[in-house]
Design a protein around this ligand. Structure first.
Ligand SMILES: NC(=O)c1ccc[n+]([C@@H]2O[C@H](COP(=O)([O-])OP(=O)(O)OC[C@H]3O[C@@H](n4cnc5c(N)ncnc54)[C@H](OP(=O)(O)O)[C@@H]3O)[C@@H](O)[C@H]2O)c1
Length: 362
């Protein structure tokens, strides 16, 4: 189990992990690159979220004590570890499971599970919220706007940048699926605001959507996503983070925003692995109904394709023609994209860009 946690959450093998934490954070030559900040955060996170220690207790430990504590825990019986895996008081959905498996006579009222979806009006969030609707569940959607007429959701109006309405939105939530984004550096403040409100309200399972490569491409938005991930990991709440590749919608948008231009500018040497937002939403919904999973395996689209190829596909579907002009993207971010750090071998999605465009019919 610990090997799985290290492999899935830290993307590192056990011997590499121990040599890194004991001798500093730089991985030995020839091993996969590990983000410098990942190990200390991961140590604290593993001790809080898996071993079940208080944050204050972990903060008072030396690094050697922390490592020794984790090693001791690792060698314990797996059944004991599983029992201790989720910290804090039992959540309401645990209670639901207990009721449904404990021989309570049929007709006994089940408690309602409350799930808040931030960004539930966005491309991903609205797909996730729709998939979560079901009996014995209250699905809340957080938006800065007022509820549309006839919404099937328990609507909450609030703003993660100002904090307005957030306490009321998270009160009583068992799970928070955090899909809201400011599309910029304010994502860090927004996520911290959400975490603080969630901690005041209890210990909800916090599920966060991130992007493949945020730790390897220093694009400003990715830096903010990485900092938000770190805030989630250090929150002391049970957590799950899913990283996905770019949605088909984004690739279509990159072409469509240029439709009034006589040419189409394309980033030279960029490949993408676009994925269907609905498929990512389904995975996010499944994760939010399960136990906190830490870093879930990355979710990528079925094909890695050159941007030129994807742009041609979009132009063809829209009956347009444009000469394409390559634009070199300078700097470390450009190099990161050209190196494919935003791609994943986990080609989990099945819907191709062509199928997505055909389903939209535009
Ligand atoms: N797009 C991609 O290719 C891609 C790929 C991988 C991961 N992701 C991640 O997936 C998440 C969702 O992306 P998306 O493309 O679905 O986003 P989106 O369509 O731009 O939606 C953004 C959402 O955030 C909400 N929001 C913005 N500012 C807010 C604020 N101050 N307070 C409360 N809510 C606020 C908006 O709600 P209202 O306008 O209703 O208030 C909206 O629902 C993001 O975290 C993104 O990084 C995206």
């Amino acid at each position: 189990m610990w090997k799985d946690i290290l492999r899935d959450q830290l993307e590192v093998d056990e011997p590499v992990f121990w040599s890194c934490v004991q001798e500093g954070v730089q991985p030995p030559r020839g091993t996969p690159e590990i983000p410098a900040r990942a190990l200390p955060v991961a140590l604290v996170s593993l001790l809080v979220s898996h071993v079940g220690l208080d944050e204050a207790e972990v903060a008072a430990m030396s690094k050697d004590e922390a490592i020794a504590r984790l090693q001791r825990y690792w060698t314990e019986d797996t059944r004991t570890q599983t029992a201790k895996q989720v910290p804090g008081p039992p959540r309401r959905r645990d209670h639901n499971r207990a009721l449904s498996h404990s021989g309570v006579p049929s007709g006994h009222p089940r408690m309602t599970e409350t799930i808040l979806v931030t960004g539930g009006t966005g491309v991903l969030g609205r797909e996730a919220a729709r998939r979560l609707l079901g009996p014995d569940r209250e699905i809340r959607v957080l938006s800065r706007r007022d509820a549309p007429a006839g919404t099937p959701y328990a609507w909450r109006t609030g703003d993660l940048r100002t904090g307005e309405g957030i306490d009321a939105a998270v009160a009583g939530a068992d799970v928070i699926v955090h899909c809201a984004t400011t599309l910029g550096s304010k994502d860090v403040t927004a996520t911290n605001t959400l975490i603080e409100a969630a901690r005041r309200a209890g210990t909800p399972h916090l599920v966060y959507i991130s992007i493949v490569g945020v730790d390897r491409i220093p694009f400003p938005y990715y830096r903010a996503k990485l900092a938000a991930e770190e805030a989630v990991i250090a929150s002391g709440l049970p957590w799950t983070i899913l990283r996905a590749t770019q949605f088909h919608d984004l690739l279509r948008l990159l072409v469509d925003v240029q439709r009034r231009l006589p040419v189409l500018f394309r980033p030279a040497g960029f490949r993408f692995q676009p994925v269907d937002a609905g498929e990512v939403a389904q995975r996010l919904a499944d994760l939010s109904l399960g136990e906190p999973a830490g870093r879930a395996p990355d979710f990528g689209g079925p094909e890695v394709r050159d941007f030129t190829d994807l742009a041609r596909t979009r132009l063809r579907a829209a009956n347009r023609r444009r000469p394409m002009i390559p634009v070199p993207v300078p700097g470390a971010s450009g190099r990161g994209y050209r190196a494919g750090h935003h791609l994943t071998p986990n080609a989990t999605g099945t819907i191709t860009f062509e199928q997505y465009l055909a389903a939209r019919g535009d």
